[in-house]
Design a protein around this ligand. Structure first.
Ligand code: SF4
Ligand code: SF4
Length: 160
């Protein structure tokens, strides 16, 4: 059964209501190439240099180029995985031609990381969503998506 993006979004709102959308500022977000093709952006995007065969990383600048007064201009159905899942990510083990989820993590860069890490329902839903995404994209693309970055160092995440 496919996970509803609306349901994920609704569960996040509880934690995000007091935040000015920090996750859409001063950072980068990662796109699988098929997500980028689906977006068909009508403006030039700036990418970091560590793109690969399967992924690109979009530089946000002070504010993401897709951010508008009423939020993200990308409709929920086309919203990139990184935007939908932040700050919840799986801890992944690569085994032969499969990716397995060992557990979930919440990134500490989100001001609501503690309350999100305590939300078992949201974590369960995101785990199911990630399971779908892992099988859709495959280990090579998933490994490129996560990259080798200190962003994932253990002091930067809460393990759940
Ligand atoms: S930074 Fe965290 S609390 Fe703020 S909008 Fe993003 S996910 Fe929500
Ligand atoms: S694409 Fe939308 S949700 Fe993602 S960082 Fe940009 S404004 Fe935020």
């Amino acid at each position: 059964m496919s996970i509803s993006k609306e349901e994920i979004y609704a569960l996040f709102r509880v934690h995000c209501s007091g935040c000015e959308g920090l996750c859409c500022k001063n950072s980068v977000f990662t796109l699988f190439n098929h997500e980028l093709e689906g977006l068909k952006p009508d403006r030039a995007l700036e990418f970091t240099e560590d793109g690969t065969k399967n992924i690109r990383r979009v530089k946000m600048g002070a504010l993401c180029p897709f951010s508008r007064d009423k939020g993200c201009e990308i409709e929920l159905g086309a919203r990139p995985l990184d935007c939908l899942t932040y700050p919840i990510y799986p801890s992944i083990r690569y085994k032969e031609s499969a990716c397995l989820i060992d557990g979930m993590t919440v990134h500490r860069s989100c001001p609501s990381c503690e309350s999100i890490a305590a939300d078992a329902g949201l974590l369960r839903l995101l785990r199911s969503y990630w399971e779908e995404q892992l099988s859709l994209n495959g280990p090579e693309a998933v490994s490129e998506w996560f990259g080798q970055d200190e962003y994932w160092d253990s002091e930067n995440v809460i393990r759940c």
